[in-house]
Design a protein around this ligand. Structure first.
Ligand code: UDP
Length: 246
């Protein structure tokens, strides 16, 4: 399938449905074409503007899906209708497919109790799941090479990395040098949700595109992140849309 993208503040975002995203990823697993999938949100764009390394990772990603409602809105302002593709849902669907095809998967990230519970819960939800490797996300950089070697030896087809942005994307770039055929996706706080540590926003908030608001109410420490990035992001996307439309 030909890749169709559109730029938001200089970063290409893929225009595709949730189902097509899954289809493309599964095709690439079959054809042993490795991928780095980024689930983009306004905070990541803000981070990328301050970091050349992160910006180049975003620009070179094989698939960039609009995780945040902010990205969906930015596209809408440019006249493009694109559904939101939450990374957590995409990752969950991919796990379900990997179970069917018996593709080994690996999970890296989150606190030790969170990753343990996540593995336990996934094994009970997907009884045929093949988890070839898992590791918590609190390791020193001196252990990184060792971890990447063990991960590569376990030969997963899909690797979910939950270290938060930009740490997870930078880690994925390092892994890919040893594992060019695997599919990598940065999944942020997904393991916290799957383990039950953090509650997912109720459907109402999700449908309204206000998952961020719910997460901020539940985790007030996130307010600093939102307050610092969201108003500026909105300002910039309105200017961008006015320029393009005008
Ligand atoms: N995390 C980690 N190692 C670190 C820093 C963070 O494993 O050194 C984990 C953290 O425990 C959490 C996830 O990364 O599970 C980041 O979650 P956050 O909610 O910040 O991600 P978002 O979804 O907002 O990108």
């Amino acid at each position: 399938m030909e890749r169709k993208t559109h730029k938001v503040l200089g970063y290409e975002v893929d225009l595709l449905t949730f189902n097509d995203a899954v289809k493309v990823i599964l095709e690439n697993i079959k054809e042993k074409k490795g991928m780095q999938i980024v689930t983009i949100n306004p905070e990541m764009i803000e981070l990328a503007d301050k970091s050349k390394v992160f910006s180049s990772i975003l620009k070179n990603a094989d698939m960039v899906v609009p995780d945040g409602s902010g990205i969906k809105l930015a596209l809408k302002l440019q006249g493009i209708k694109q559904e939101q593709i939450p990374g957590i849902d995409l990752a969950h669907e991919l796990i379900a497919s990997c179970e069917i095809f018996n593709y080994p998967i690996a999970l890296i990230g989150a606190k030790e109790n969170v990753i343990q519970t996540t593995v336990k819960r996934l094994k009970s939800e997907f009884q045929g799941i093949n988890i070839s490797y898992y590791k918590n996300g609190y390791f020193s950089s001196s252990k990184e090479d060792e971890i990447i070697d063990s991960l590569a030896e376990s030969e997963p087809k899909l690797v979910l990395v939950a270290l938060g942005a930009p740490k997870q994307e930078i880690f994925i770039t390092k892994c890919r040098k040893k594992m060019p055929e695997a599919i990598f996706i940065g999944v942020g706080g997904s393991f916290d949700v799957w383990s039950g540590e953090v509650e997912r926003a109720p459907e109402f908030f999700r449908i309204m595109g206000c998952e961020w608001l719910y997460r901020t109410i539940k985790q007030p420490e996130r307010i600093k992140r939102i307050y610092k990035t969201l108003p500026m992001f909105l300002f910039k996307v309105i200017i961008e849309a006015a320029r393009k439309n005008g």
